[in-house]
Design a protein around this ligand. Structure first.
Ligand code: ADP
Ligand code: GLC
Length: 480
């Protein structure tokens, strides 16, 4: 089975969040199940340099305002990549979506319409003799792929799967932009990609794809409600027969405390001792007081409203009073960055904040912390709690989306039956989080149960095996 992934991010080539991790890891898991997967991504600066054995497989004289070519090559991990090299669209340093002023590039719509057009073209006409049976699109940046495919003849059209990683980002633009896409004007209707007087890339993906998935079963249900559907719940209810939730996994080779090159000492569920050394390393690297007994809570996150981290600010003094420490790695909204920086300045040695993006440090924090906090208001899947489970760092999570599906709350029953892996809380409010923090400190004081839960967390299956098999079943079903 040949599958083309189309996405705007792919680890280790370019990453701003979990989408990249999924697009980088799932194809490798699918390859184990005899799928032939290639990943189409834009060739952002430096990306081609990370590919081995690359060759030009297609050339386009004019693609949305300039020439472009398609480069085929492999990552060190053996991921097959098709990089769309279009300097007028993608040769811009830094974050793939944001300009130097921190705002979206004004032509993002055009940049990702181009990616979609090429995704569809490979799907329909093949590239270098390779033609996919299925085009699997990820998030709004690829939402026009199914529209482009639908605009052509049914004969020779590959099947399409569209995965919603986050419905909050919809890629909406005006009619005048739509008119530049070369799609039939009959698509610009409420039954098509028109969305409250605009053209929505995401809605296009939802209405024109053969199958829809999202990244957890709970989010698949939540998406169909006004509270979570962000205006698209009606469309998703109409298409609910074609929508399913498949939980994300993680790359358990990249994220393995027994062999992680970024961490101070290796450890595992059977040999957990190295985690104490990792905790000291975290404290040293972050400038926290080196105290083996402090409860170290970490946060590794985009700092946006979605992630609910504003709720933590009010609890910082209480956490410190209880003898806890906080280590934050993240970036995002200036107001939140400022609030965390101020907390760090007010509580040196107890609160440490690193604003920015640092992949290696995220491993150090996962390995050294006792708990990770993920108080998201909504969370399609969430990956940091999965890394945390594997590193024996107990997740304290909001009961929503994939967080609800991956962490087993340490209540009386689950502690007794030995199934608990972390803490869940609801409602996602300041007081809801306050109760969770209280429970966390109580559990941390109960060393016997804490160790049991930690060991259980570390053996909880977080790899891609089961979910990759679910995708194969979905693809197979589409092709019969
Ligand atoms: P989202 O994709 O919504 O941001 P996920 O939990 O699915 O949330 O994925 C976030 C990914 O980005 C994880 O791999 C996490 O470790 C990583 N990450 C987030 N912020 C940072 C940061 N500041 N530095 C390094 N890695 C980060
Ligand atoms: C999105 C979601 C996150 C999910 C990730 C990968 O960024 O916000 O919950 O884990 O995509 O699917």
């Amino acid at each position: 089975m040949r599958i083309l992934f189309v996405a705007s991010e792919c680890f280790p080539l370019i990453k701003t969040g979990g989408l990249a991790d999924v697009v980088g890891a799932l194809p490798l898991a699918l390859a184990q199940l005899d799928c032939d997967v290639r990943v189409l991504v834009p060739a952002y600066p430096g990306l081609l340099g990370k590919l081995h054995g690359f060759s030009e497989v297609a050339h386009y004289g004019e693609l949305f305002g300039g020439p472009a070519r398609l480069i085929s090559g492999d990552t060190a991990d053996g991921l097959h990549v098709l990089a769309l090299d279009a300097p007028h669209l993608y040769d811009r340093p830094g974050n793939p979506y944001l300009g130097p002023d921190g705002r979206d590039w004004p032509d993002n719509i055009r940049r990702f319409a181009a990616l979609s057009a090429i995704g569809a073209s490979i799907g329909r006409f093949s590239v270098g003799g390779w033609k996919p049976d299925i085009v699997h699109c990820h998030d709004w940046q690829t939402g026009l792929v199914p529209a482009y495919l639908m605009a052509g003849e049914a004969d020779g059209r590959p099947k399409t799967v569209f995965t919603i990683h986050n419905i909050a980002f919809q890629g909406n633009c005006g009619r005048t932009d739509f008119d530049t896409f070369g799609l039939p004007s009959s698509f610009y209707t409420p039954a098509g990609l028109e969305f409250y007087g605009q053209c929505s890339f995401l809605k296009s993906g939802l209405v024109f794809s053969d199958r829809l998935t999202t990244v957890s079963p709970t989010y698949a249900r939540e998406l169909r409600t006004p509270e979570y559907g962000m205006g698209l719940e009606g469309v998703l209810n109409d298409r609910s027969r074609f929508l399913s939730g498949i939980i994300n996994g993680i790359d358990t080779t990249q994220w393995d405390p027994a062999s992680d090159p970024h961490i101070a000492a290796s450890f595992s569920a059977k040999k957990p001792l190295g985690k104490a050394r990792c905790k000291l390393d975290l404290q040293e690297k972050m400038g926290l007081a080196t105290d083996p007994d402090a409860l170290v809570i970490t946060v590794i996150s985009r700092l946006t409203g979605q992630k609910g981290l504003d709720l933590l600010i009010a609890h910082i003094p209480d956490i410190i009073r209880r003898g806890g420490q906080i280590a934050v790695l993240g970036s995002g909204e200036p107001g939140l960055e400022r609030a965390f920086n101020e907390a760090a300045a007010a509580h040196p040695g107890s609160v440490a904040v690193k604003i920015g993006y640092d992949e290696a440090l995220s491993h150090v924090l996962q390995a050294g912390a006792d708990a990770i906090l993920v108080p998201s208001r909504f969370e399609p899947c969430g990956l940091t709690q999965l890394y945390a489970l594997r590193y024996g760092t107990l997740p304290v999570v909001a009961r929503t989306g994939g967080l609800a599906d991956t962490v087993i709350d340490a209540n009386d029953a689950s502690i007794r039956s030995g199934t608990a892996t972390g803490l869940q809380f609801a409602p996602v409010t300041v007081s809801g989080l306050g109760f969770a923090i209280e429970r966390l400190f109580e559990l941390f004081a109960d060393k016997k149960n804490w160790k049991k839960i930690q060991a259980r967390a570390m053996t909880h299956p977080v790899g891609w095996e089961d979910s990759a098999a679910d995708y194969v079943a979905l693809y197979t079903d589409l092709l019969v």
